[in-house]
Design a protein around this ligand. Structure first.
Ligand code: SAH
Ligand code: SF4
Ligand code: F3S
Length: 448
């Protein structure tokens, strides 16, 4: 009989990709996915350690799952409970101490060994902990990905050697690693053959990609040029980029390859030189602004999104004013902004001049008011424009489809349900709080 698997995913897109791959690895063992933990034979929490709140959520969720697991046991059934991802990597022992009913704790680099762990958990009394950084790359052991819809993530790079002073990623994901180009191309071709139109290349520091290619190391620019040659792949994105790794070759790709979408996530974190330096971001404000100018010169319709941290240790009112000023100048179309959260083991957490919580709250509110205005202005300016949208999901109403514009805006359109997974030209008609409404243009013509 088929067994049921429920995976709950927290954190970044890399975790979304990893969750799908964990499901792929477990499928040969008879596990099919279900949409809740109540009837699951196995539950995996794929966790995120980036901010304290994200990490604490895991422990409250584990409390809920403990009760479900106990009920299942009382009925003579079993449930395997696994904690994966970045909290598992950072706090593996602590999880087993605080939640001894967890069966498996595994890091982001060992999930190809899940079948073996499941077998060990079934045999053993006691939990299985596997948070090594194994020498073998997990990608070599994963089955071909299953495809759902016309848009897919593809991990090309993992880990980070940048050590920004606030960030846990170098510790939870390990050293930077780039997959060989041949493996990436093979995965992309397989996805295209299954009907994938849009590829989003993933990496914690994706533009630091330097994978082994047929003729020496390939850059991300080179990889994208080759991916753009694959029949069926019509749209290419990549995320997340570090400003110092965005070289002229990659900027040229934005100018020359139409398949590269005119949207780029380029986290800046702060607009103040003093803070950027304390964050160990390795660039200053002028460098970032110059980079934006170069990108816009190469691709005038390029839209930028970004991440911000407010209340980094030592951030003064003047520093914060610099961040507001930078945000105003660039006019990001989409942003994610956070209050600084001290993370155990990172250099900034030990800083003596932590910013009071109330000041962080105030700054976050002020920054978000500005950033939201920019996003709203961009969305309103989209009304009347014709955009090529990949509609890859059914909407809530019959016949409604939902997709993303080239600029990552969620767009919905009515009455074309049969055209799912196609790129259609639509005219934006209205701005809703979380999406744009559109109408089909022409005679259901597909975009090239
Ligand atoms: N690799 C990406 C970031 C990955 S983490 C980059 O270089 O930008 C995603 C975002 O979480 C970061 O951009 C940052 O804005 C935020 N973040 C990371 N650590 C944080 C912390 N300790 N407190 C608050 N926000 C944090
Ligand atoms: Fe974290 Fe900095 Fe690496 Fe991004 S570049 S993952 S923020 S250490
Ligand atoms: Fe979170 Fe790990 Fe991603 S800490 S943001 S899940 S790399």
């Amino acid at each position: 009989m088929a067994k049921k698997l429920f995976i709950k995913t927290y954190g970044c897109q890399m975790n979304v990709y990893d969750s799908a791959r964990m499901a792929d690895v477990l499928a040969p063992l008879g596990y099919g996915e279900t949409d809740g933990p109540e009837d699951a034979d196995m539950v995996i929490l794929n966790t995120c350690h980036i901010r304290e709140k994200a990490a604490e959520k895991v422990f409250s969720e584990l409390g809920r799952l403990k009760a479900i697991k106990r009920r299942r046991h009382e009925c003579g059934e079993t449930m395997i409970l696994a904690v994966a991802g970045c909290v598992a990597q950072a706090e593996g022992e602590e999880i087993l101490r605080r939640a001894p009913f967890v069966d498996i704790v595994l890091g982001p680099q060992t999930y190809h060994r899940l079948p073996e762990m499941v077998a060990r958990a079934a045999r053993a009394g006691g939990a299985v902990l596997d948070t090594e950084f194994p020498l073998e790359a997990k990608f070599d052991f994963l089955p071909a990905p299953r495809v759902e819809g016309a848009a897919a993530f593809l991990s090309v790079q993992e880990g980070c050697d940048k050590f920004c002073s606030f960030c846990v990623v170098p510790y939870t994901r390990g050293a930077e690693y780039s997959r060989p180009a041949a493996a990436v191309l093979a995965e992309a071709r397989a996805l295209a053959a299954e009907g994938v139109v849009e590829l989003t290349l993933l990496g914690q520091n994706v533009n630091a990609y330097h994978g082994e290619g047929a003729d020496g190391e390939w850059t991300l620019a080179r990889l994208i040029r080759e991916l753009a040659e694959i029949d069926g792949i019509g749209r290419i994105r990549y995320t997340t980029s570090h400003p110092t790794d965005l070289d002229d070759e990659l900027i040229a790709v934005h100018a020359e390859i139409d398949k590269v979408m005119p949207y780029l996530h380029l986290p800046v974190q702060s607009g103040a030189d003093r803070i950027l330096s304390a964050m160990n971001r390795r660039h200053d404000r002028a460098f970032y602004l110059r980079l934006v100018d170069k990108l816009k010169a190469a691709r005038p319709d390029l839209a930028l999104s970004s991440d911000f941290i407010v209340g980094f240790p030592g951030e003064s009112d003047a520093d914060f004013a610099d961040t507001l000023d930078l945000a105003r100048r660039v006019g990001f179309v989409q942003t994610y902004s956070f209050k600084y959260s001290p993370r155990p083991g990172t250099p900034a957490a030990a800083h003596e001049t932590q910013v009071p919580e109330a000041v962080k709250d105030e700054r976050l509110a002020a920054l978000q008011a500005l950033l939201n205005e920019n996003t709203a202005a961009f969305n309103h300016a989209s009304v009347g424009r014709v955009m090529a949208v990949l509609f890859d999901r059914p909407g809530r109403h019959p016949g409604q489809l939902v997709g993303r514009s080239p600029y990552m805006q969620p767009v919905h359109v009515e009455g074309v349900g049969h055209l799912i997974n196609r790129v259609l030209p639509v005219r934006i008609t209205r701005v809703h709080p979380n999406s744009l409404a559109a109408e089909p243009v022409g005679n259901e013509r597909e975009c090239a």
